[in-house]
Design a protein around this ligand. Structure first.
Ligand SMILES: Cc1cc2nc3c(=O)[nH]c(=O)nc-3n(C[C@H](O)[C@H](O)[C@H](O)COP(=O)(O)OP(=O)(O)OC[C@H]3O[C@@H](n4cnc5c(N)ncnc54)[C@H](O)[C@@H]3O)c2cc1C
Length: 387
C-alpha cells in the first residue's frame, strides 16, 4: 500500500515472545526488530488519561489514592500466580472484585473487558485476565516497550517463505475444500478440485471451520470452542490525532473499544502519512458490527471519532475495513478443558493453532508458532525422525 506494508490488524511483540523473537533472528531479520515505547491512555469522562508512568496512574481521574493502591496490589497478586490455569473456573469479574474492589472494577477493568469481549465479558475467566496482566505489567518506569519488525511483518512472511522454498518446500495458495481421509487416515487435501497427496495434514483453521472440511465425528474431539470476531478500520490520515498515545482504551458511548495510532509507535516518516487503527470485537454474526455494509461501518466509526477528536473527519485520506468473524477464542470459564490436543482420532491429521495449549490463556503469534513447533515434534517423534 502506497509503497509500504502495513498489517490489516495492529500487531506488535512482547518481550516474553521468546520463540518468535528467536525465529526473527534465525531468519536474519534481527536488525529489523526494534523495541518502541507503547504508550497507553484511557479515554474516560471525555478526555485522555495517560497511563504510562506510576505518576500518571496516580493521577488517573476516576481513582482515589486507595484505588491506586488496590490496583497495584492486584497487579502484584496476579503476577504471583504461577499457573493462571488454576483460575480457569473463576470469572475475571469475581477475581477483580475480590482483589481490587468495585471502584477499580467499574472504572478500570469493566470497560476494558467489555471492549474486548462484549456481552461475554462477565463470563471471561480470571485465568485470561491474570495471563494478560502479567504480560502487560512487564514495564519500566517510563512505560511498556513493544516490538515491531521495521517495514512490517510482511518481511517475516517473506523470509519464512524463502526459507521453506530454499529447503525444497512448495507453498500453494488457495482454500482447502476437503481434508481427504480413508481407512481412518488422512491422505491429503483437495484445493479447488485438485488433490494434493500427503502423509500428514496439519490443520490450523478454527475448530468451527473443520466442520466443512472433514467428518468431525471421526476426530473424537469436543470442538465446542467459541470464537469472536473483529471489525478493524485502518485510517490513512493527513495529521496526528492523539498527543503521543499509541494505544487508547475507551469508556464512552462509541461503537469501538480501542484506538491505536500506529504512527505514535513507529515513526511517521516510515510511511509518509499518519496511520491509525480503530477496532471492536463482536460476539456473533448477528452483531451489527458484522452485518453492516463496509461503508456504513466506516462512517459509524468516523462519527464516533469525530465526537472524541473534533476535526478528525477532515484528516481522513482513506479508510480500509478488515473484518472476520473468527479472530480469537472467547476465554470464558471452563475454557481450559476445551483446549484441543495436537493429535486427533484420524491418523496423520493434526491440529495446531489458536485453539492449542500453547495459546492458553491468550492467543498470540508466538503461541501459534510454539503450537506449530510442538506439533512438528510429535509428528517427527512418531516417524522416528531425529533433528
Ligand atoms: C485485531 C487483532 C490484533 C492482534 N494483535 C496481535 C498482537 O499485537 N500480537 C500478537 O502476537 N498477536 C496478535 N493477534 C493475534 C494473532 O494474529 C493470532 O494469534 C495469530 O495470527 C494466530 O495464528 P494462527 O496461524 O494460529 O491462526 P490464523 O492466523 O487465524 O490462521 C488460520 C488461517 O487459516 C485460514 N483458513 C481458514 N479456512 C481455510 C481453508 N479452508 N483453506 C485454507 N485456509 C483456511 C484463515 O483464513 C487464516 O488465515 C491479533 C489478532 C487480531 C485479530
Amino acid at each position: 500500500m502506497n509503497g509500504y506494508h502495513i498489517e490489516k490488524y495492529y500487531h506488535h511483540l512482547f518481550q516474553s515472545d521468546i520463540a518468535l523473537i528467536s525465529l526473527i533472528h534465525e531468519l536474519g531479520l534481527g536488525e529489523r526488530l526494534e523495541w518502541f515505547r507503547g504508550t497507553t491512555g484511557y479515554f474516560i469522562n471525555g478526555r485522555i488519561n495517560r497511563m504510562n508512568t506510576p505518576l500518571e496512574i496516580l493521577r488517573y481521574e476516576p481513582f482515589s489514592l486507595l484505588d491506586v493502591a488496590r490496583l497495584a496490589f492486584f497487579v502484584l497478586r496476579s503476577k504471583m500466580i504461577k499457573d493462571p490455569g488454576e483460575l480457569d473456573d473463576v470469572t475475571a469479574k469475581e477475581w477483580i472484585l475480590e482483589n481490587a474492589g468495585r471502584s477499580v472494577y467499574e472504572n478500570f477493568f469493566a470497560p476494558l473487558l467489555a471492549s474486548k469481549f462484549g456481552d461475554s465479558s462477565d463470563r471471561v475467566s480470571a485465568a485470561w485476565l491474570v495471563g494478560r496482566v502479567t504480560i502487560r505489567s512487564n514495564r519500566g518506569l517510563r512505560g511498556e516497550r513493544l516490538g515491531y519488525i521495521r517495514g512490517g511483518f510482511q518481511h517475516l512472511i517473506d523470509a519464512l517463505a524463502k526459507k521453506i522454498a530454499g529447503n525444497g518446500g512448495i507453498i500453494r495458495h488457495g482454500t482447502v475444500d476437503r481434508i481427504l481421509v480413508s481407512g481412518g487416515k488422512a491422505r491429503g487435501v483437495r484445493i479447488g478440485g485438485e488433490t494434493i497427496d500427503s502423509d500428514v495434514v496439519i490443520s490450523t483453521v478454527s475448530p468451527h471451520a473443520l466442520f466443512s472440511l472433514v467428518d468431525v465425528l471421526q476426530l473424537g474431539l469436543d470442538l465446542d470452542v467459541r470464537y469472536q470476531g473483529t471489525a478493524c478500520v485502518l485510517f490513512g490520515l493527513s495529521g496526528k490525532v492523539m498527543d503521543d498515545t499509541y494505544w487508547l482504551n475507551i469508556k464512552a458511548d462509541v461503537p469501538f473499544g480501542a484506538v491505536i495510532e500506529h504512527t505514535n509507535f513507529l515513526p511517521v516518516s516510515d510511511y509518509g502519512e499518519h496511520l491509525m487503527y480503530v477496532t471492536a470485537y463482536f460476539q456473533d454474526e448477528g452483531s451489527p458490527l458484522c452485518r453492516m455494509r463496509d461503508s456504513e461501518l466506516i462512517s459509524t466509526y468516523i462519527d464516533g471519532l469525530e465526537g472524541m477528536f473534533p476535526g478528525f473527519r477532515d484528516k481522513v485520506k482513506w479508510a480500509r475495513l478488515a473484518r472476520s468473524s473468527e479472530t480469537a477464542p472467547v476465554y470464558e470459564t471452563g475454557y481450559r478443558k476445551k483446549v484441543l490436543p495436537y493429535e486427533t482420532g484420524i491418523r496423520g491429521l493434526y491440529l495446531a493453532g489458536m485453539f492449542s495449549g500453547a495459546n492458553y490463556p491468550e492467543r498470540s503469534m508466538n503461541g501459534s508458532l510454539v503450537a506449530g513447533f510442538e506439533c512438528a515434534d510429535i509428528i517427527l517423534a512418531g516417524a522416528g525422525i531425529k533433528y
